[in-house]
Design a protein around this ligand. Structure first.
Ligand SMILES: Nc1ncnc2c1ncn2[C@@H]1O[C@H](COP(=O)(O)OP(=O)(O)OP(=O)(O)O)[C@@H](O)[C@H]1O
Ligand SMILES: [Mg+2]
Length: 290
């Protein structure tokens, strides 16, 4: 029997397994996760440190490959693509926002926003780009360089850049991790508005219940497994759910905001580099600050 759903899926993984290393030191970062990210929705991924959130995001986005199972962007199974086609898919259909903003310091705000289009040799939709500039509120900063902007403004540039090519889905790994709470709120509000006003899809990893409350749905990971989902989250309900983890498993101690907030996205040790996100691998990527 087939079940038809009206909601289109922007990205999904099925029975996703990811094992790092081998032998005694093998780490099973994903242990059979199946989850779909509906198109037009803002989904948050939460879970203790080390639960596999970044791994799930990287594998779903085609920045890293699964050991078993399948990852799809729309109907395209990523494992079926060779390197070149995977690079093109990431470039044309996926947007990324990293914790470290990864703007190119020598380019202006406008040049940073249109960078993915320029790298792809595409003009893009000018009206869309102009509208984005207004949505992120940076029209009066277009000729500035990243060093002349606040952290929140830089992350707003990164959000605009992620959406510039009208991707099917934007993945964000702790996009507010380096921001103070006010700038963080601005960026989260911006992500939420962009999803609602443009029917785009966002998948965001976060440790922060207040951040997660901006999403339409929260999925919870623990020990590489999907353990819960929550629709219409509020910060309070998310916090309660996290406390339940704490009571139930020792794992959840890692939810401790102090340690997790401070953890930076480490491009050096991760297999998924920001350069890759902008089409690296088979084509020259811009220099990105680490
Ligand atoms: N490149 C790697 N090589 C070996 N092990 C890795 C690698 N990347 C991640 N891991 C391990 O896989 C597990 C999941 O890591 P992951 O980065 O996905 O966790 P996370 O939920 O994003 O954690 P955090 O909240 O601290 O960012 C951890 O045990 C981690 O040590
Ligand atoms: Mg992580």
């Amino acid at each position: 029997m087939t079940v038809t759903t009206e909601v289109r899926t922007a990205a999904r993984v099925v029975d996703a397994v990811k094992v790092y290393g081998g032998g005694d030191t093998a780490v099973r970062a994903l242990d059979g996760v199946s989850v779909a990210f509906p198109a037009g929705c803002f989904t948050a991924i939460m879970g203790p440190s080390g639960s596999g959130k970044s791994t799930l995001m990287h594998c779903a986005a085609g920045l890293d490959t699964l050991s078993a199972g399948a990852a799809y962007i729309g109907d395209t199974e990523l494992g079926s693509l060779d390197d070149r086609r995977l690079t093109l898919l990431r470039r044309d259909r996926v947007g990324f926002v990293f914790q470290a903003f990864n703007l190119v310091p020598t380019l202006t705000v406008r040049e940073n926003i249109t960078l993915p289009l320029d790298l792809a040799g595409r003009k893009g939709d000018q009206e869309w780009v102009e509208a984005l500039i207004d949505v992120v509120g940076l029209r009066d900063r277009l000729h500035h360089r990243p060093s002349e902007l606040s952290g929140g403004q830089q992350q707003r540039v990164a959000v605009a850049r992620a959406f510039a090519g009208q991707p099917d889905v934007v993945f964000a790994d702790e996009p507010t991790g380096n921001l103070d709470s006010r700038s963080g709120e601005e960026v989260l509000g911006l992500l939420g508005r962009t999803v609602r006003h443009t029917a785009r899809t966002v998948v965001m990893v976060t440790h922060d219940p207040v951040a997660a409350a901006h999403a339409d749905e929260v999925v919870f990971l623990a020990d590489g497994r999907l353990v819960d989902r929550m629709t219409a989250p509020t910060a309070e309900r998310v916090l309660d759910r996290m406390k339940a983890f704490d009571a139930g498993t020792s794992q959840a101690k890692a939810f401790d905001a102090g340690t997790s907030q401070a953890k930076a996205f480490d491009a050096g040790t991760s297999q998924a580099s920001p350069a890759k996100a902008f089409g690296g691998g088979t084509s020259p990527a811009p220099e990105v600050p680490s």
